[in-house]
Design a protein around this ligand. Structure first.
Ligand SMILES: Cc1cc2nc3c(=O)[nH]c(=O)nc-3n(C[C@H](O)[C@H](O)[C@H](O)COP(=O)(O)OP(=O)(O)OC[C@H]3O[C@@H](n4cnc5c(N)ncnc54)[C@H](O)[C@@H]3O)c2cc1C
Ligand SMILES: NC(=O)c1ccc[n+]([C@@H]2O[C@H](COP(=O)([O-])OP(=O)(O)OC[C@H]3O[C@@H](n4cnc5c(N)ncnc54)[C@H](O)[C@@H]3O)[C@@H](O)[C@H]2O)c1
Length: 453
């Protein structure tokens, strides 16, 4: 028998959980369908455990900076404490009961099954069939993209999941991919004594960001003992009892390590979602939506599945818009001009809006400036660990910032002011006449504005 509800939400990661909870609180009859853990990738295998690891790695790094500046300090890294904190405090031993109760307390119904569209406003989940009066929200996130490297698929490689669950560390680690996951994990594990080699196929790390960001990340990782190889692609991967061998393209020597982490991007999984039943292309790279996150009549999509930036804050921002639209409350379209992102390496590398290259590709007349943070009073005071830079990208015709990168200690926090400037289109001329607190890192924005050429 087909059950009638107001809304079915398929996938309860950050976007879906928010949407299901908010719609239920608004009084709608909501079925939230989840095949894994309520909360999704972020709290169990993503943002939260990785940032807990990073906090631990940063503590070690700061302690190692003590000699010569504040006396003596000897640190002995202990992974058990990190793994224990992740298990107990972050993931509840990968148990989602608290999140499940949170949804039902809001009036939502949790259906633990794989959901699949079977037609407009129709979903099948396990042995249940639903018809959703208002519609369906797709929020099924993504999965690791595994490159077609010879032999790789047959090996016991790690993805982010095994890395976040690691109770013990390997002696050595190969990381394939120098994006957000690869750089963050490589640095932390190196700080805990793992011999790490990072292999990036592109010319630089963090290839979607400013080239200065990739160079800084590479220098920081090398400073922590990571072997960083860029412009290297894997031809073959093998595994034997002792570990992994990665054979690079060309003449380079094979690389060996006990473990291999594949971090070469994530992709939405549309194949088994039944999207063809509502007229969408199951082979598409992402679900295309309009400004109100509508993908078809009675269908909304939020989060990684939309391909608009695989970040928790994007999934929740989109979910807020979709919820408003489902409830019939008018509001502005999704606006990605000021999309912020932070790679939580040390130094943190944060950016908002367009990079210089993207701005030029759009045909904008661009003025830029790059300011070395070490030349600011605070950067100089900070000393080791204070490396970083500010880069501003101005649309010269409109006199507003369209992009900015802030890399350095707390670079993600420093980004906030620049995020406001890009989002609110504050005229550069106005920013030039603001008072910047002395001696903060963000005071470096003032000379960076003056240097725009
Ligand atoms: C290691 C790592 C670190 C990260 N760090 C950060 C960070 O610091 N900051 C940040 O903003 N982002 C970070 N991210 C990205 C962030 O985790 C994702 O952008 C976010 O989780 C996406 O949310 P989502 O709502 O799209 O769904 P997801 O979190 O991907 O969850 C989707 C849910 O849908 C379920 N599902 C899938 N298919 C079905 C189906 N057919 N039926 C029922 N349920 C289904 C899955 O089980 C899952 O629970 C990180 C990611 C990783 C991997
Ligand atoms: N701090 C954060 O917000 C954070 C942290 C981790 C992950 N994430 C999200 O998760 C997503 C996935 O992260 P990711 O690091 O896997 O992807 P990514 O897209 O950030 O980086 C993947 C990297 O792998 C490289 N690559 C691809 N194929 C390769 C190959 N065959 N050989 C060598 N290199 C190859 C790419 O050039 C790229 O630099 C990110 O896009 C990000 O949105 C966010």
């Amino acid at each position: 028998m087909t059950e009638q509800v107001d809304v079915v939400v398929i996938g309860l990661g950050p976007g879906g959980e928010y949407a299901a909870g908010a719609l239920a609180e608004a009084g709608l009859e909501v079925a939230g369908v989840e095949s894994g853990l309520v909360g999704g990738e972020c709290p169990y295998w993503g943002c939260v455990p990785s940032k807990m690891m990073i906090r631990a790695g940063n503590l070690l790094a700061e302690a190692r900076r003590v000699p010569g500046r504040a006396g003596e300090a000897r640190v002995t890294p202990g992974w058990q404490e990190v793994a224990g904190r992740i298990r107990r405090e972050a993931t509840d031993d990968w148990n989602d009961q608290v999140a499940a109760d949170r949804l039902t307390a809001k009036g939502g119904r949790l259906v633990r099954a794989r959901g699949r569209l079977t037609g407009p406003r129709r979903v099948t989940a396990g042995d249940l069939d639903f018809e959703a009066r208002r519609g369906v929200v797709l929020a099924t996130g993504g999965r690791p993209r595994i490159p077609p490297v010879n032999g790789l698929a047959d090996t016991p490689y790690w993805t982010n999941r095994e890395a976040m669950e690691a109770a013990e560390l390997p002696r050595s680690l190969l990381v394939l991919g120098g994006g957000a996951i690869g750089t963050e994990i490589a640095q932390v594990l190196a700080r805990f004594g793992v011999r790490v080699t990072l292999v990036e196929g592109g010319e630089r790390l963090l290839s979607q960001e400013e080239p200065e960001a990739g160079d800084l990340a590479a220098a920081a990782l090398r400073g922590d003992g990571v072997t960083v190889l860029t412009g290297v692609r894997a031809r073959e991967v093998r595994h034997d009892g002792a570990g992994f061998t990665l054979v690079p393209d060309g003449d380079a020597e094979p690389l060996r390590a006990e473990r291999l982490l594949v971090a070469t991007g994530r992709e939405p999984a549309l194949g088994d979602l039944g999207v063809a039943s509502v007229g969408l292309d199951p082979e598409a790279r992402a679900v295309d939506t309009d400004g109100q996150l509508r993908a078809a009549d009675g269908l909304w999509a939020v989060g990684d599945i939309t391909g608009r930036g695989a970040f928790t804050h994007v999934s929740m921002y989109q979910a807020q818009i979709a919820v408003r639209d489902i409830l019939g409350t008018p509001g502005p379209d999704a606006d990605y001009r000021a999309l912020p992102r932070v790679t939580f390496t040390d130094p943190e590398i944060a950016a908002v809006g367009l990079t210089e290259r993207r701005a030029r590709e759009r045909g904008l007349r661009v003025r830029t400036s790059v300011l070395d943070l070490a030349t600011s009073t605070r950067g100089w005071i900070h000393g080791p660990g204070g490396e970083g830079f500010l880069k501003l990208v101005e649309d010269a015709d409109r006199g507003i910032l369209v992009g900015a990168t802030s890399a350095g200690p707390a670079g993600g926090e420093l980004l906030y002011g620049l995020n406001v400037a890009v989002h609110a289109e504050v005229p550069v001329e106005r920013l030039r006449h603001m008072i910047y607190t002395y001696p903060t890192f963000h005071r470096a924005v003032e000379p960076a504005l003056a240097a725009l050429r």
